[in-house]
Design a protein around this ligand. Structure first.
Ligand code: FES
Length: 106
């Protein structure tokens, strides 16, 4: 049996996150961007592009990805991995919905 304790924290409701946008959460020194897709799925990535630390929370959400506002790298919301020929991975965090409550695992 897996004895790992997961720390799910309620960070707000789905309505607090703009559709096709993000809301940022501070966790100590780390800024985490929680994204909402057009079909109301939620994903959480560190708010730091793997290219040059651009603020992914200010990017455009589309097709399960976010496009970084600085140099247009496309980052998978699910894995944090850069798409196409670009290489790098943003840290991702488990996030889930309980009704309309958004729970982030820290
Ligand atoms: S910092 Fe994100 S694409 Fe350059």
């Amino acid at each position: 049996m897996n004895a790992v304790t997961q720390n799910w924290v309620m960070i707000g409701t789905l309505e607090d996150i703009p559709r096709l946008g993000a809301r940022c959460i501070e966790n100590g020194e780390t800024k985490i961007a929680v994204f909402r897709t057009a079909d109301d799925r939620v994903f959480a990535l560190e708010d730091k592009c793997p290219h040059k630390n651009g603020p992914l929370s200010q990017g455009i959400v589309h097709d399960g990805c976010v496009t970084c506002p600085l140099h247009n790298w496309v980052i998978s919301l699910e894995t944090g991995a850069a798409q196409g020929a670009d290489e790098g991975v943003a840290a991702s965090y488990p996030v889930k919905l309980d009704g309309d409550k958004v729970l982030l695992c820290l």
